[in-house]
Design a protein around this ligand. Sequence first.
Ligand SMILES: [Zn+2]
Ligand SMILES: [Zn+2]
Length: 187
Amino acid sequence: MNVLQARTSRGAGETLKVRFSEISSSGSRYEISEIPVPEAGRDFGLYVPAQATCVLTRKSATRVLLQGRLRAEMILVCDRCAADYRHAVDNNVQLILEVPDASHWQLREIEYSRGDLDTIALREPVIHLDDIFRQQLYLALPVKRLCTVDCRGICPCCGVDLNIATCRCSRVPVSSPFAALAALKKK
Ligand SMILES: [Zn+2]
Ligand SMILES: [Zn+2]
């Protein structure tokens, strides 16, 4: 593989942009030492900056293959007991980045919006690596956030964390819909 360039920095307020014309057909390597995540803190926290490495390979004038790796240490809040917990992400990422033919643009847009995550349609032959990996970070968020698979949650009656204590409330199983209702009423 022809390693052309490793980029680790960008100017203030800039995003990491790579033009198709800069990308080698035998592979160009890029590193992002800190994926900018302005929204972090709302949906999730990060122990250390999320990082990515990737190799971009030009397949044609309008198609680039991205093969990369995304690493992050997220701080999530458990859906059942509301405690913070650590969620490690170490994902391989493979994407085709393509500038669709202008005449097919509308058709393709519909096609891509139906969840074909393996191909990303670009409006111009420029790859915004920060945006691509930020999106991948969001995709790496678990649907159900649990500190442990068998987290017992919080008692909906008295608020005791059932992972560390027991309580004397008449017990409605935590997983029943009534427990969820009781928890709502408490709020
Ligand atoms: Zn929990
Ligand atoms: Zn209780």
